[in-house]
Every structure is written in C-alpha cells, then in structure tokens.
Design a protein around this ligand. Structure first.
Ligand SMILES: [Mg+2]
Length: 271
C-alpha cells in the first residue's frame, strides 16, 4: 500500500496560492487505489474552500480508497472523508490560543504594512503576507513579515507555552502530550488514522518544513521518497546530507507543475 502525503501551498497551488485543477484531478485518480493525505499549516476554511471541495467533486464519481485524512493547522484541525462529506474535527489535543491574546495581536498587526492577521485559524495564530502586494512591492511584504515575527516574540514564551515558527509567521501551541504543532505532528495524525500500515510513502513538498512529514516516516520505519517541487535555488535544502536522509527526488518542473510530474509518473501516464 503506497501512501501519498502532500503539503498544500506550492504543491497543489502555484507560488501565488492559486489551486491547480489538474494536480487535484490527478490526486483524485490516485486516491481511487491508494490512501492520500495532506498536511498544511493553513486554516480549515481555506483548505476546504480551495482544495477539498474540488477534490471531493471527483470523489462523488470515483470514490477514494479508504477514508482520506487531511490536516489543517498542522493537525490542529482534521478532515476525514466519510464516503459522502469531509468530516471536520477540531483536535482536542490542543488548547487554542485564547481570544484576548488573538484580539491583541490582531490589533497590533493592523499597524504593520504588507501583512494581515489570518482569521481562519482556530488554534494557532498566523500572520500572512499580502499576496497581491508581494508582486508589486515585495520589500513592504518582507519588512512586514520581519516586523510581525519580532512582535510575536513577546508571545512566544515558555510561560505562555507558545512558540514561533521560523519559516512562517506563526505562533504555535504544544499538545497535551507535549508535541509542538508542526508537519511531523500532522503526519503522525494521518498515520494514526489509517487502516493498515503503508509499505511505501510518496511525500511531496516545496519547503524545508516539509521534511518534517518525512521525519514521521523515518520514525515509523516506512520507506519513502521525498519529491521536492520547490525553488531549486535553495542550497540549505538540497544538500548531500538531506539527499541521503530524505531520499530526494527533485522534479524538473516547479510547484504544482512539479506535483503534476510526480503524480503522472505514479499513474504511469507517459510524459
Ligand atoms: Mg508549501
């Protein structure tokens, strides 16, 4: 049994967060015979609206194998296909960041140009880049993200039990069992909900944080290939060490186009 586990942003979307219909359709075709899953830091609303809705349109005519599991908020919110709809469940392993802290951060973010407070998040707090401004005034967005990261420092303390992530502008929380929200946590959530153990995993990601999904497979001793569809000029990612540890396959095309390349090859569709 081959398990497919995908990041979402930059994997099923282009670099501007626009979903790719062809990649989603190919994933649905694979889902007919294999368990598929997604692990993202995105909120449940965005995931449902942009990806899961179009994926399950395919499911209605070609039902998937098993019950696909998808993680929003790194597994803080879970979706499971029950044969008819995506069943949505808030993970009670986490105590959400309280409303008063959210309100305070939201207020402060209003004064930072180039970024906005993501109201879609239910457990963690995320500050997102303004995608439209990214194209026209990238410096404003970069500076905004740096300022927002600085601002989050005050909240990322051991007393509150929150942590900042370094690759995105997030404030994450720790589970009651002590695990931090990240893609490895999400990957474990998927594995825990599968019926049976996969004999091989195909992992598709576009950034450093996506290696965390592969870390879960290393822990479970499930062999895998990590298909890297992100920026090729990312030297810290594409090292010899990572190549050995993560069994990297670097696709010829980038982002969703790279994912299409992987999925077509898995479906044995000639290029
Ligand atoms: Mg990504």
């Amino acid at each position: 049994m081959n398990l497919y586990m995908l990041d979402v942003d930059g994997v099923l979307t282009d670099e501007h967060a626009r979903p790719n219909d062809e990649a989603i359709a190919l994933l649905a075709r694979l889902a007919e015979h294999h368990p598929i899953s997604m692990v993202t830091g995105r909120g449940a609303g965005w995931l449902a609206q942009n990806i899961l809705g179009s994926l399950s349109e395919h499911f209605l005519t070609s039902p998937p194998f098993g019950n696909p599991v998808c993680c929003a908020e790194y597994g803080g919110v879970l979706f499971r296909w029950n044969g008819e709809v995506w069943k949505h469940e808030v993970n009670t392993d986490f105590a959400p960041i309280p409303g008063d802290i959210r309100t305070e951060i939201k207020k402060r973010v209003k004064n930072i140009r180039g970024v906005f407070f993501d109201t879609d998040k239910q457990i963690m707090v995320s500050i997102e880049a303004e995608h439209t401004l990214k194209k026209t005034e990238p410096d404003i967005v970069t500076n905004g993200l740096t300022e927002a990261q600085e601002m989050l420092k005050a909240y990322a303390t051991s007393t509150l039990g929150y942590r900042r992530t370094t690759y995105v502008c997030d404030l994450i929380v720790r589970s009651k069992q002590g695990a931090w929200m990240d893609k490895e946590y999400g990957a474990h959530q998927v594995l825990n909900r599968l019926t049976g153990t996969p004999t091989y995993a195909q992992v598709i990601g576009d950034s450093l944080s996506d290696f965390q999904m592969a870390d879960a497979f290393l822990q479970h001793q499930i062999p895998f290939t990590f298909h890297y569809v992100g920026d090729k000029n990312s030297p810290e990612l594409l090292t010899h060490k990572n190549n050995g540890k993560y069994h990297l396959n670097i696709t010829n095309k980038r982002y969703a186009e790279g994912t299409i390349e992987v999925l077509r090859s898995c479906l044995q569709i000639p290029a």
